[in-house]
Design a protein around this ligand. Structure first.
Ligand SMILES: [Ca+2]
Ligand SMILES: [Ca+2]
Length: 93
């Protein structure tokens, strides 16, 4: 089997026999940093504050990526448990 790549598009050439192809799709672009709510590349108390404001019903400026990053425990949503998860990230340094 040969595999060629061009600008992120992959072309597979393989014998015409029974084959199984499994594709794992990963998000493009830089991966979000779990807990980095303000997207400044660091996980700090500022991120905790921002998420706390958001969860408190205030309307802080959080980007779509920031909201994804806010899901620090990776359970698919941003809630109070992520604040604990972000604290844990900060504690780990
Ligand atoms: Ca941050
Ligand atoms: Ca979460």
């Amino acid at each position: 089997m040969t595999v060629t790549e061009s600008d992120g598009a992959y072309t597979f050439t393989m014998p015409a026999s029974s084959v199984t192809v499994t594709a794992v799709l990963e998000p493009t672009g830089p991966a979000g940093l779990g807990g980095d709510v303000d997207c400044d590349g660091l996980v700090t108390m500022a991120d905790v504050t921002l998420l706390a404001m958001y969860l408190n019903g205030e309307d802080p400026e959080i980007t779509a990526q920031g909201l994804l990053n806010a899901d620090a425990n990776g359970d698919g949503g941003a809630d109070i448990r992520d604040i604990a998860a972000i604290y844990a990230v900060i504690a780990e340094g």
